[in-house]
Design a protein around this ligand. Structure first.
Ligand code: GLP
Length: 264
C-alpha cells in the first residue's frame, strides 16, 4: 500500500481528483469504480471544476458504483443514484447510459447481482476504483465479517453503519436496513484502487486497515492483498499509524522519483 499523508481533507480531495484526471487523460474510455458518502464529495467537486475549466471530458467513461440501498427509488434524495447524478454525473457531463449501479429491484435481486458482476467483466473490469471507509473498517457495504472472497450481493447493514449514515436522513428509522454491494473480491479485481479517509473518526479503522492483520473483521484490510492501492489520508485519519514517519519518508522518495523520471 502506498500511504500518503496530506495536510488537509481539501488536499486529499485534490490528490484523489488528480489521480482520476490522470487516468481519464491517458485513457478517455476508462471504467471507473465510484463511491458515495461524505468523503468523496470534495473529489467530485474538483472533477466538476476540471470539466468547467475544459481540462477533461468524461463522456467516454463508464462507471460502476459500489453499492445502493434497497428500498429507495432512484429519485429519492438519499439514494446513491440520486447522489451521483447530483454531485458528479450531471455537472461533470458523464453519459448516464454508461453509469451503472447494482440493481435493488427486490423481485430479481439474486440474478441481478450476478448480472452486475458480468457487466463489469464485459467492460474489461474496473481500471480505477475509488473507496471511502466506514468507521468500523467496512468498504462499500461489506460489513464486518464479510467474506474476503465475496461478490456482489445483498447485505444487512449493521447498527453502526445505519447510525453513521443517519446524518443524511431525517431520522435513523429512515435509513434502509439492506443494501446491494460489490463484494470484497469484486473490489480487489480493480486494476488500481484509491482509498480515502479524513477526520479522527476514521483513525482507528485506518490503523487496523494498514497496520493490522488481514481479517474479515476489518473488511478494508483485504486491500493489503492488492498490489496497487494508494491510501490518501489527512493528518487526523493518519494520527494512529505507528509507522507514519516511515510512510512520509517513502512518499518523499516516491514523489522525487516520479517527478524526475515521470513517463508522459
Ligand atoms: C457508506 C458507504 C461507503 C462509504 C462509507 C463512509 O457506508 N457505503 O462506501 O465509504 O459510508 O462514508 P463517509 O465518507 O460519509 O464517511
Amino acid at each position: 500500500m502506498r500511504i500518503v499523508i496530506l495536510e488537509s481533507s481539501q488536499v486529499v480531495a485534490q490528490r484523489s481528483a488528480e489521480i482520476i484526471l490522470d487516468q481519464v487523460d491517458r485513457s478517455p474510455e476508462s471504467t471507473l469504480g465510484l463511491a458515495t458518502g461524505g468523503t468523496p464529495l470534495g473529489t467530485y467537486s474538483e472533477l466538476v471544476r476540471a470539466v468547467e475549466q475544459d481540462r477533461i471530458d468524461f463522456s467516454g467513461c463508464t462507471t460502476f458504483n459500489l453499492d445502493e440501498y434497497v428500498g429507495l427509488d432512484a429519485e429519492h434524495p438519499q439514494s446513491y443514484r440520486y447522489f451521483m447524478r447530483k454531485h458528479l454525473f450531471e455537472p461533470a457531463g458523464f453519459d448516464l447510459d454508461h453509469c451503472h449501479f447494482p440493481s435493488v429491484d427486490f423481485e430479481d435481486i439474486l440474478a441481478s447481482c450476478d448480472d452486475y458482476e458480468a457487466l463489469i467483466e464485459d467492460h474489461g473490469g474496473i481500471d480505477l476504483q475509488l473507496l471511502g471507509i466506514g468507521t468500523d473498517g467496512h468498504i462499500a457495504f461489506n460489513e464486518q465479517g464479510s467474506s474476503l472472497a465475496s461478490r456482489t450481493r445483498i447485505k444487512a447493514l449493521t447498527a453502526q453503519t445505519r447510525k453513521d449514515n443517519a446524518r443524511f436522513f431525517d431520522s435513523i428509522d429512515q435509513v434502509p436496513e439492506l443494501a446491494v454491494t460489490m463484494g470484497i473480491a469484486t473490489i480487489l479485481d480493480a486494476q488500481k484502487i484509491v482509498l480515502m479517509a479524513t477526520g479522527l473518526g476514521k483513525a482507528e479503522a485506518i490503523r487496523a486497515t494498514v497496520e493490522g492483520p488481514v481479517s474479515a473483521s476489518i473488511p478494508a484490510s483485504a486491500l493489503q492483498l492488492h498490489p496497487k492501492v494508494t491510501v490518501l489520508l489527512d493528518e487526523q485519519a493518519a494520527s494512529l499509524l505507528e509507522r507514519a514517519d516511515y510512510y512520509r519518508d517513502v512518499e518523499l522518495i516516491q514523489r522525487r522519483l516520479e517527478t524526475s523520471v515521470a513517463p508522459k
